[in-house]
Design a protein around this ligand. Structure first.
Ligand SMILES: C[S@@+](CC[C@H](N)C(=O)[O-])C[C@H]1O[C@@H](n2cnc3c(N)ncnc32)[C@H](O)[C@@H]1O
Length: 212
């Protein structure tokens, strides 16, 4: 294997590891089975209801609003936003099975003309997608890199006064976990020139409901 092939192979295994982690699979060997294992679920991570509420309360939205849903899974968030606000949404995910499902759901709800879905690695998408009003990264983990890299990449996809909606975890202060603490997230926002508008915390009871 030459240097380029080796680098390519390493990048691929990184993508696969992050993909498995984003769906809480402990090993990449599970990847081929994930669409089957998750076949009964439409919502794979973020609560579409919470995101709709956040947008309705804090972001002006109209039919011209352009939303980018990165790692959209089966499109539960994208489609419910289009249905509620009539806005244009582009959803991107690496799993072709999820995107096929999202497209069929968009047709079921008659929003396929304004809710577009494509199969792509979002590491590629963030290099070309620009000028969105809102970008969403819902329950995706480290796929775009560490928290600073992630916020900068998300920021590059939105307009100057656009909005980033990120659904992610933080750990307790001084904990050994791999997530940044609340304080570190605030530092990340400062370093990346992003203003924190609102933080919504999922309480343990909601977690249990979600898991159920
Ligand atoms: C927990 S799911 C969340 C899905 C969706 N955002 C939601 O909240 O319903 C994580 C998603 O990230 C996607 N994903 C992981 N790595 C990706 C990558 N490199 N490019 C695109 N999608 C990716 C997975 O296929 C999966 O659909």
């Amino acid at each position: 294997m030459n240097w380029f092939e080796e680098k390519g192979a390493r990048a691929m295994s990184n993508i696969e590891e992050n993909l498995a982690k984003s769906l809480t699979a402990k090993t990449t060997e599970l990847i081929p089975f994930l669409p089957y294992l998750l076949q009964d679920l439409w919502e794979l991570g973020s609560s579409p209801r919470d995101i709709k509420e956040l947008i309705a309360k804090h972001i002006p939205v109209c039919e011209e609003t352009k939303v980018l849903d990165l790692a959209c899974g089966k499109g539960a968030v994208s489609i419910q936003l289009t249905r509620t606000f009539g806005c244009k949404v582009k959803g991107i995910d690496i799993f072709k099975e999820f995107i096929a499902y999202a497209k069929s759901k968009a047709e079921e709800y008659s929003v396929e003309k304004i809710c577009e879905f494509i199969v792509e690695d979002i590491n590629q998408s963030v290099r070309v997608e620009r000028d969105y009003d809102i970008v969403i990264l819902g329950a995706v983990g480290d796929v775009l890199g560490n928290s600073i890299e992630t916020i900068l990449k998300l920021k590059s996809t939105i307009k100057k006064r656009g909005y980033i909606i990120i659904d992610d975890a933080y750990s307790g202060e001084g904990s050994e976990e791999r997530y940044p603490s609340k304080k570190q997230w605030h530092q990340v926002f400062q370093q990346t020139g992003v203003k924190l508008l609102l933080r919504r915390q999922l309480m343990i009871l909601n977690w249990l409901k979600l898991i159920e």
